[in-house]
Design a protein around this ligand. Structure first.
Ligand code: AP5
Length: 217
C-alpha cells in the first residue's frame, strides 16, 4: 500500500498539534511535528537544538535547508512506512516543493491538507492559556484543562508554558505565518487536496470534521 501523508495547515494556535495527535492515533500513522522535533533537540542540547532556539524564541522560522534535512531523516525511518501526519511542516513554498520531491522518492503523496481556520483574535488567547506536558500533550487552562491544576492527566508530570507563547512573540508568529506560510493555502488548493475546517468548534467536533474530510478523500 502506498504511504499516506496528511499535512495539517493553519496559524499558530489553530489546533494543529491537538488534532494531529488524534488523527494519527485514529489512522495508526506517525505524528511528525517539526516544532516538537526542534524542542526535543533543544532539550538534548544538540547543535541543531541550539541553532533552532535562536529562531524559535524570536518567533522566526528556522532556515529551510536545516528543517528539510531534519524532516527527510524523520520520514525515512521505518515507523513512517505507512505515512505520517505532518504538523508544522511545510511552512514555506520552498519546504512544500521539497516535501513533494521527497514523497515522490518515498512513493507516496499528500492526500489531504486540513486547513484549520481560526480568527487571529482567538489565537493569542489560545496560546497564552496553553500548558504543555514534557511528553507533548497539550492542555488549555479554559478550553481543555487538566484534571489537577498544572499536572499531566496521563503521567503526572508538571505542565509548563512555552517560551514563545508570550503575547508579543505570538503576534510576531502570526505575522510570520501570514507572510511565509499562508501562500501554501493556494498552493494546496490548486492541487485539490485542501479542505477548510472550522477550527472554532469544540476540539472533538473539529476532529470529526477532519476525519470526515480524510474519509471522503
Ligand atoms: P510549532 O511548535 O509548530 O508551533 P506553531 O505552528 O506556531 O503551532 P502551535 O504549536 O503554537 O499551535 P497549534 O496549531 O499546534 O495549536 P495547539 O494544538 O497547540 O513551531 C514552533 C517554532 O518552531 C516556530 O515558530 C519556528 O521557529 C519553528 N518551526 C517549526 N516548524 C518549522 C518549519 N517547518 N520551518 C521553520 N521553522 C519551524 O492548540 C493551541 C491551544 O489551543 C492549546 O492550548 C489547545 O488546548 C487549545 N485548543 C486547540 N483546539 C482548540 C479548540 N478547538 N477550541 C479551543 N481551544 C483549542
Amino acid at each position: 500500500m502506498a504511504p499516506m501523508y496528511i499535512v495539517m495547515l493553519g496559524p499558530p494556535g489553530a489546533g494543529k498539534g491537538t488534532q494531529a495527535k488524534k488523527i494519527a492515533q485514529n489512522l495508526d500513522l506517525v505524528h511528525v511535528s517539526t516544532g516538537d522535533l526542534f524542542r526535543e533537540n533543544l532539550k538534548n542540547e544538540t547543535d541543531l537544538g541550539k541553532l533552532a532556539q535562536q529562531y524559535m524564541n524570536k518567533g522566526e522560522l528556522v532556515p529551510d535547508d536545516v528543517t528539510v534535512r531534519m524532516v527527510e531523516e524523520r520520514l525515512s525511518r521505518p515507523d513512517c512506512e505507512l505515512g505520517a501526519v505532518l504538523d508544522g511542516f511545510p511552512r514555506t513554498p520552498e519546504q512544500a516543493e521539497a516535501l513533494g520531491d521527497l514523497l515522490e522518492k518515498l512513493g507516496g503523496e499528500v492526500k489531504v491538507v486540513p486547513y484549520i481556520k481560526v480568527p487571529d483574535e482567538d489565537l493569542v488567547e489560545r496560546l497564552s492559556g496553553r500548558w504543555m506536558s514534557p511528553s507533548g500533550r497539550v492542555y488549555h487552562e479554559k478550553f481543555n484543562p487538566p484534571k489537577v491544576k498544572w499536572i499531566d492527566d496521563v503521567d503526572g508530570s508538571e505542565l509548563y508554558q512555552r517560551e514563545d507563547d508570550k503575547p508579543e512573540t505570538v503576534r510576531h508568529r502570526i505575522e510570520v505565518y501570514n507572510q511565509q506560510t499562508a501562500p501554501l493555502i493556494d498552493y494546496y488548493r490548486s492541487q485539490e487536496v485542501l479542505v477548510e475546517i472550522d477550527g472554532t468548534k469544540p476540539i472533538e467536533e473539529v476532529t470529526d470534521d477532519i476525519m470526515k474530510a480524510i474519509e471522503e478523500a
